[in-house]
Design a protein around this ligand. Structure first.
Ligand code: ATP
Ligand code: MG
Length: 364
């Protein structure tokens, strides 16, 4: 990486560019403001959630050359979603420090590279096969006894672009085409006991800090709740932290990462996927920790010391999807509840409109 990188921490008043203008960008911009920084959002949709709380929005496509040149004038650049075009990130890297590194983007954008990378870094994943036509799908079904999850290699989120197979129940003919004729990956169907994630951060000097693992429950493919502490053994939590250290060091990472795991019946872990950014399953940190994942990410990007990841409370974070945002006034009447709304005008089905976290004393 060339440009202004890792020389000295960003001074108050410096400007951080954020690619992507959703709720994650919004919460990053708020954390940046609290540390005295200015923020510029690059996002094609005008009046996006992040721009409402940032200093400036560049309304343009993520790969718009003029927009990237404008963003490169920032003191550092980060992003709030993993599908930033790698070429755009590389262009930015020529002029400005970009964190997390572009290698993390590449790995996270393609489920096949992600799985092979994770295995190379010493962590375990579900077994998998690549699917590029009906014939390779039939082979994968054969190899995995008719059960598994077929996913698009790129651009999946909230369970979109996925199809579950059980015991040869479906005829594979035409399924490849029906999933868009794009490169796919067939994963072994994991009979997990529960799902957890860990939010971790690595600073400029290589320091790593992990928050406690959260236990995640999905509904209709979308994260529903994250509960901390997760109901896991101490050895499972240790293994999650060890995986985070291995992945962050291997990627020479800077910033916050979200790592999702399947917990098996014997307490062992498989990594499901990594998100090189702040993560929905880490929103609870804003309510139950002194330093949230958003502030932690800004600290890492800015070259500041990482914050304490200890929890002062147990908690449950719940997403408000679509119409559920109408619950906000009733939720606000509750004690020990932190509500966060994203400033989205329209409550479409499946759209993340906000979240809330209920906190209670540790162990209560
Ligand atoms: P998100 O954006 O919510 O992280 P995603 O679209 O990137 O999701 P995944 O995390 O890969 O997709 O999968 C979504 C959910 O589907 C998982 O959290 C898990 O509940 C289930 N799932 C995915 N892969 C498998 C698998 N191989 N075996 C069993 N369940 C799986
Ligand atoms: Mg996931």
């Amino acid at each position: 990486m060339i440009g202004r990188t890792k020389t000295k921490p960003l001074a108050p008043g410096a400007t951080i560019g954020i690619v992507g203008g959703g709720q994650l960008g919004r919460m990053l911009a708020m954390a940046a403001a609290r540390l005295g920084y200015r923020t510029v959002i690059l996002e094609p949709q005008a009046d996006c959630p992040a721009a409402q709380v940032a200093n400036l929005q560049i309304v343009a496509a993520y790969d718009d050359r003029l927009a990237l040149a404008q963003l490169a004038a920032c003191d550092a650049v980060t992003y709030e979603f993993e599908n930033v075009p790698v070429e755009a990130a590389d262009t930015l890297c020529e002029h400005v420090a970009v964190f997390p590194p572009s290698l993390a983007l590449q790995v996270a954008q393609d489920r096949a590279l992600e799985k092979s990378g994770l295995n190379e870094f010493g962590t375990k994943t579900a077994r998998y096969m690549l699917v590029d036509d009906d014939a390779s799908l039939a082979e994968a079904l054969e190899a995995f006894s008719g059960s598994g999850v077929l996913k698009t290699r790129r651009l999946g989120y909230d369970g979109k672009g996925q199809r579950v197979f059980r015991n040869f129940a479906d005829d594979p003919t035409g399924i490849y085409a029906s999933m868009g004729g794009v490169p796919l990956i067939f994963e072994q169907l994991i009979a997990f006991e529960r799902e957890i994630s860990i939010i971790a951060a690595r600073g400029w000097d290589g320091t790593i800090r992990c928050y406690d693992p959260a236990e995640n429950v999905h509904r209709d493919g979308i994260l529903h709740t994250s509960t901390v502490p997760a109901r896991i053994r101490a050895s499972t939590a240790d293994a999650a932290r060890a995986a985070a250290f291995a992945i962050l060091d291997a990627l020479d990472y800077i910033g916050v990462i979200g790592i999702e795991f399947f917990v098996l019946a014997d307490g062992s872990l498989l990594v499901n996927e990594i998100a090189p950014r702040v993560h929905n399953s880490g929103h609870w940190t804003e309510a139950a920790c002194a330093v949230s994942q958003f502030e932690q990410h800004i600290r890492a990007v800015a070259g500041l010391p990482l914050g304490d990841t200890a929890r002062h409370s147990d908690c449950v974070m719940e997403n408000l999807i679509g119409d559920e945002v109408a619950r906000a006034p009733a939720l606000l009447a509750e004690q020990n509840l932190v509500l966060h709304l994203y400033g989205k005008a329209e409550a479409r089905p499946g759209r993340k409109m906000g979240h809330f976290t209920r906190i209670r004393p540790i162990g209560s």
